[in-house]
Design a protein around this ligand. Structure first.
Ligand SMILES: *[C@@H]1O[C@H](CO)[C@@H](O)[C@H](O)[C@H]1NC(C)=O
Ligand SMILES: *[C@@H]1O[C@H](CO)[C@@H](O)[C@H](O)[C@H]1NC(C)=O
Ligand SMILES: *[C@@H]1O[C@H](CO)[C@@H](O)[C@H](O)[C@H]1NC(C)=O
Length: 488
């Protein structure tokens, strides 16, 4: 379980503000960059050190250069995510009811920041601008925050060309931790450490959303093609982080205010036929065969990259093509609504199941290729995506490298997936046909030989030795033999 930050240490000057442990959100804590509350209430017992619960530890901040994809320096609060460290002390209802409970339960530990650093102390300079948020909305908010545009100042167009969780090698590691955090928050909420998020195998082809039923993620409303049926609890959900234009013009950050219902119209984007069909089972097989984790420029333009392919900017066999949307991206766009817009997508709970499946493919790729950390770029990836960068905005800080590991061996979970079988290629079919024909000849020959022997045992010649039979094969008057030879 993540404990509400029992320790925060500043390593350098700027503050990084994202979600924060509630206990640390004081003007004093923010100014000093320190928050070391006593677990026992005793003075000098920072982080519960007297009972061995925690201690103040510095964290290593990786300074390897990032690639040219992000052209600004010192402009974005998220650039220096690694400057705080909190110590980690230790670590059935149906899925719909559980997600709904998470949508309504205030996060026990974390609060969200609603202003950029310049305005974080509020109009009076002494009121930290943080809000409570529910467990599920925190999941939505952290995704929004990682993809939000860089505010470049009043009157200037915000920079949205790169984000901290997509279009780079960190795509798979970031979303893996994102899911793990939600899963752990729900485990704590339910007091059930065995709770696990399910997945949706979206690679089923066709134009049906098979989990869009009222007992699962919600059927289509009979009255509005873009809405969820009122028989589903998800028709009651309201989204957060919708007012992106406000955040851009006002220079603020999404807050916990809920606004419109979820929009969803599976296969409904008639203007873009390519996204009216789900990925095919074969697409998953193709991407699993790619040998290289990621390729320069480690971006949404990478070709022959497993990461860019499962993310969905390349064709399933790896070739980059700017018009193609495949796999993960295609599953999102197929939803044609809230789930298809990056800054909003986790508001539709299908996001959770879509991403657990994406994570399952990532884990299967790791299992098949056994690549080792070395294949994950250490530098020159877009900002936020270098191997040892702390993923924005997770708390406590966690690097991409820490999630680039086999889940069953290092993270304690696994997926049960029946990976589809690959259909045979033409040369494989020809080889199989030849081998089968040869086998057939051998088997039929053996059967006929046995049958002959069998029959011969029932005759007066029953005790005739094999050698005699062999001899007889060539006798001209043995019709059975002649017949059996022609059969073969
Ligand atoms: C935030 O949530 C905590 C814990 O549930 C509660 O004690 C606190 O009063 C809440 N603060 C606000 C402003 O609602
Ligand atoms: C929350 O965000 C909405 C939409 O941008 C805005 O109208 C509202 O003032 C914000 N609330 C706070 C407390 O910042
Ligand atoms: C949904 O499809 C409509 C019709 O093609 C399109 O205009 C709209 O932009 C799509 N919305 C999203 C969020 O994909």
């Amino acid at each position: 379980m993540w404990i509400a930050g029992f320790l925060v240490v500043t390593l350098s000057s700027t503050l990084t503000l994202a979600q924060f442990p509630r206990v640390c959100v004081t003007a004093e804590g923010l100014r000093s960059g320190q928050c070391c509350p006593s677990l026992t209430g005793l003075a000098g017992d920072e982080c519960g050190s007297s009972i061995g619960r925690g201690q103040c530890v510095s964290i290593a901040a990786d300074t390897r250069r990032h690639g040219p994809q992000y052209p600004y320096a010192g402009r974005d609060d998220r650039e220096s995510e690694e400057e705080y460290h909190a110590d980690e002390h230790s670590r059935e209802a149906g899925i719909c009811e559980t997600l709904d409970q998470a949508k309504r339960t205030v996060h026990p530990d974390l609060v969200i920041c609603t202003r950029r650093y310049q305005e974080v102390f509020g109009p009076d300079g002494n009121t930290p601008q943080f809000e409570n948020v529910t467990i599920y909305n925190y999941f939505v908010w952290s995704h929004y925050y990682s993809v939000s545009k860089t505010y470049l100042g009043p009157g200037q167009t915000s920079f949205g060309g790169v984000d901290f969780s997509h279009e780079g090698p960190g795509f798979v590691t970031w979303h893996r931790f994102h899911l793990l955090q939600l899963e752990r928050d729900i485990q704590d909420m339910l007091r059930d450490p065995t709770f696990a998020l399910p997945y949706w195998n979206f690679a089923i082809g066709g134009s049906e959303c098979d989990i869009c039923t009222d007992d699962l993620l919600g059927a289509r409303s009979a009255f509005d093609r873009n809405s969820i049926s009122s028989n589903s609890v998800f028709s009651q959900w309201r989204v957060i982080c919708e007012r992106v234009d406000d955040y851009d013009t006002l220079g603020t950050i999404c807050n916990s205010t809920e606004t419109s219902p979820i929009r969803r119209n599976p296969a409904g984007n008639v203007a873009r036929p390519m996204v009216q069909k789900l990925p095919e089972p074969k697409d998953v097989l193709d991407c699993l065969e790619l040998n290289t984790f990621d390729t320069p420029p480690y971006y949404s333009t990478s070709s022959e990259s497993f990461r860019n392919t499962i993310e969905g900017y390349s064709a399933p066999h790896g070739t980059y093509d700017p018009v193609i949307r495949s796999l993960h991206n295609l599953a999102h766009l197929f939803l044609n609504g809230t789930g298809g817009q990056t800054h909003l997508s986790p508001n539709d709970p299908i996001f959770v199941l879509l991403h657990t499946f994406t994570d399952a493919v990532f884990d299967e790729w790791l299992r098949r290729h056994q690549p080792g950390q070395i294949v994950y770029p250490e530098e020159n990836a877009p900002i936020g995506h270098n191997r040892r960068f702390n993923m924005v905005p997770f708390w406590p800080p966690v690097t991409n490298a820490e999630m680039f590991v086999s889940a069953p061996e290092s993270l304690g979970y696994s997926y049960e997936v029946q990976w589809p079988n690959r259909p045979f290629t033409l040369s494989e079919i020809i080889t199989i046909a030849i081998v089968s024909a040869v086998l057939l000849v051998v088997v039929v020959g053996a059967v006929v030989a046995c049958a002959m022997r069998d029959r011969s045992y029932r005759t007066a010649d029953a005790l005739e030795p094999l050698l005699g039979e062999t001899y007889r094969r060539y006798s001209e008057d043995d019709r059975r033999l002649a017949k059996s030879q022609s059969v073969v």
